[in-house]
Write a protein that binds this ligand. Sequence first.
Ligand code: ADP
Ligand code: ASP
Ligand code: MG
Length: 395
Amino acid sequence: MSVETVVMKFGGSSVADLEKVKEVAQIIEQRKKNMSVVVVVSAMGKTTNSLIDKAYNLSERPNLREMDMLVATGEIVSASLLSICLNEMSVPAVSLTGFQAGFNSYGKHGSNKIEDVDVTRLKRHLDEEHIVVVTGFQGMNPEGDITTLGRGGSDTSAVAIAAKLGAKCEIYTDVDGIYSADPRIHKGAKKIDVVTYEELMEMAHLGANVIEPRSVEIAERYGVEMEIRLNDGVTPGTRVVGGKDMEKTTLTNVSKLDEVLLVSMSDKTGSSAKITECFLELAQRNVNIDIISQTIVNDQTEISFTSTEASKHEIEDVLESKEIDYRMKTDVSKVSIVGTAMRNQVGIAAKVFEIFLEEDIRFYEISTSEISISYVVDTENTTRVIELLADAFNI
Ligand code: ADP
Ligand code: ASP
Ligand code: MG
């Protein structure tokens, strides 16, 4: 008889210390009683951040290949410790790095994409009744170098394995599911029992960092059954389902994204050739550009765009090499309202304008998608903006 397989992913907060590793091992042991289990782990606690800080202590711009070598060690520590703990409990387990688990990846170091996962070895260990503990976040590129999948990439690793095994994927974390806003910021946030892939993806892209957006994309593409749950192993979480939910008349979420970089460029000549070249160069360097807006006053073109503070140096290099007049603003954040209700509910933007006017809140850019609307505001105002919007729209 074939046993159902589950992929259980535990984030850094769930394996932050040895006590937590032991608790996680017990949850896994319970699950193993009637399931075949693959576990994906992140680095313990804030390990990845402290490794990155160490590198920046030595170099302002550390080599990206070496950074991947460095940060990949975090997941190796947590996976091997968890496997040691399980074996100590007489629960047979084996830990695998991303490479050993068959993650073939490509692209830029630090933000590699998964080409495929060859699960042959993983299946062999499962057939031998082992729990397989895989290091999240890692891949291996065609050169045979260790790569990483971008911050929060363990979620992506877990869903990718689940997709290849036809398994369900449970993401265990320090909250009991997806909330209408980050529960640490907005105390009145409500738990959502069921969310669509589409909404969750949009929320995640717009800053609900409880889940990595690429993982939701893969889950939707491969129809992976997904649940975001508390790391106590018992509390029911939020289920992620397919479908468009066209009839729904509520908005689901208000999210924020910090460390936004606002760049304004002036083109005095009135010709946009230099600006076009600059966008091409930024694209070539893989710099992510978000909201773009343009105003023309008296033949003077002003183009603004947003990116991330992490790309600041790279953007400065490009703009200076093209001799463009520019200004940069940091300490801004993007606050977004998300929900499929946006498709058929009118007046949302108008109501936000009214609130901002009444409360004297300044905003710099606005952007919309089919199911979201975002405002760039001063970071110091984000908590207030989230509370005002959540109250106004009953989110
Ligand atoms: P992990 O270490 O398990 O990967 P993360 O820190 O990546 O955990 O994600 C969990 C955190 O996401 C929560 O502690 C919570 O503060 C934050 N979060 C942000 N937005 C939301 C949301 N809409 N619902 C639930 N949690 C959220
Ligand atoms: N440890 C990595 C990070 O902190 C990957 C992850 O946690 O998903 O980004
Ligand atoms: Mg996470």
